[in-house]
Design a protein around this ligand. Structure first.
Ligand SMILES: NC(=O)c1ccc[n+]([C@@H]2O[C@H](COP(=O)([O-])OP(=O)(O)OC[C@H]3O[C@@H](n4cnc5c(N)ncnc54)[C@H](O)[C@@H]3O)[C@@H](O)[C@H]2O)c1
Length: 343
């Protein structure tokens, strides 16, 4: 198969490229990425150097770039996006442009090419927030209820993908996933932030009551879910992807501290604001039943692997510095000021 992967220099994209080259060594892969602040060529340098992938620097909003990268492709896996909620609140423009117009440009080019599968990687945030008391989970029938410009732009792109499936008969699939963690994740996100702070001898900031719940998945399990859907998902199908690891921020923090051999006096409790997204949770029954997918790593094992990776790969994260806004599990607007003031 000849594959175009967009956003392959980012966190999930780079993991997907490593995964795919190992799992499907005969596939020919083109990675297209604009290399924004979130794209790191170093994450995929080894694959480029050994000729396992072709890298094309390009912008998904530019038809010329897209046409060049898509030439000869059988399938597209679309991950390129602006992905940081806090940034979407400060400057929504880029999010609308990349996530909505960029997805449109890719789809429109795909309908002119002979693309046999267009897979769109999306997020649980398009569904809004659940209460801590409820036992509900998001599923394929859940109504869209985005609460940040990031989530709204991803929701719009999901709708565009489905509309191109219906209107132009493109073979599309969509996956909505929870919070990923693993190697090559920018330290603006919770898990790498906490690990790198602790490795630098600092405390970790925990906001509010720490009870906000997120649905965590190891990034390589997300990659294997994408592989399963791209190769076996039904045309027009949507699939929820979950690691079934619902954890509050305080529980997660305790696990990281204990794994790294620190006590709870390393926690800095920071005052929070009320009203932020309390809980995200996904039901992945359809993906498990219909396609037989399941994650391979338990949370504790995946956390250990991730911590080990940051210990061994300071060369990757140290140059990124720490001059960036920080997201506790992709929080939304209501507590972002509290998050910032805490650092
Ligand atoms: N990280 C998560 O927990 C998570 C969860 C669910 C879904 N997702 C989705 O998965 C995808 C990847 O997320 P991530 O965390 O790897 O994001 P990321 O921010 O780490 O990577 C995004 C990549 O897209 C590239 N990019 C941005 N604008 C571009 C443009 N105009 N043209 C070409 N490339 C461009 C960036 O350079 C970067 O390499 C996104 O679509 C995101 O919405 C992420």
């Amino acid at each position: 198969m000849r594959l175009l992967i967009t956003g392959g220099a980012g966190f999930i994209g780079s993991n997907l490229l490593h995964y795919w080259c190992e799992k499907h060594p005969d596939d020919r892969i083109v990675c297209m990425d604009k290399l924004t602040y979130a794209g790191h060529l170093e994450s995929i340098r080894s694959l480029i150097d050994r000729g396992s992938i072709e890298f094309v620097k390009g912008d998904i909003c530019l038809r010329e770039d897209v046409g060049r990268a898509m030439r000869g492709a059988d399938a597209v896996i679309h991950l390129a996006a602006e992905s940081h909620v806090d940034r979407s609140i400060d400057k929504p423009d880029e999010f609308i442009k990349t996530n909505v117009f960029g997805t449109f440009t890719l789809l429109d080019e795909a309908r002119r090419s002979n693309i046999k599968r267009f897979h769109h990687v999306s997020t649980d945030e398009v569904f809004g927030s659940l209460s801590l008391e409820s036992r509900k989970k998001f599923n394929e029938q859940t109504r869209y209820d985005p609460r940040s410009p990031y989530a709204a732009s991803k929701a719009a792109s999901d709708h565009l993908v489905r509309s191109y499936g219906e209107t132009y008969g493109i073979n599309v699939t969509v996956s909505n996933c929870g919070n990923n963690f693993g190697p090559f994740q920018h330290p603006e996100k919770l898990i790498p932030r906490f690990i790198t702070l602790l490795l630098s001898g600092r405390k970790v900031p925990l906001y509010g009551d720490g009870l906000n719940v997120r649905d965590w998945i190891y990034v390589l399990d997300h990659c294997s879910a994408i592989d399963t859907i791209v190769n076996r998902g039904k045309s027009g199908g949507t699939y929820m992807v979950s690691g079934r690891n619902e954890l509050s921020n305080i529980e997660l923090t305790r696990k990281i501290l204990s794994e790294m051999g620190f006590s709870e006096d390393r926690i800095d409790y920071i005052r929070d604001r009320p009203g932020h997204d309390r809980r995200y949770a996904l039901s992945d029954s359809k993906l498990r039943k219909e396609l037989g997918w399941k994650p391979s790593k338990r949370l504790e094992e995946a956390l250990r692997t991730t911590i080990g990776w940051y210990v061994e790969n300071e060369w990757w994260w140290k140059p990124l510095g720490d001059n960036y806004s920080f997201s506790v599990g992709r929080e939304t607007s209501s507590n972002r000021d509290a998050l910032r003031s805490g650092l």
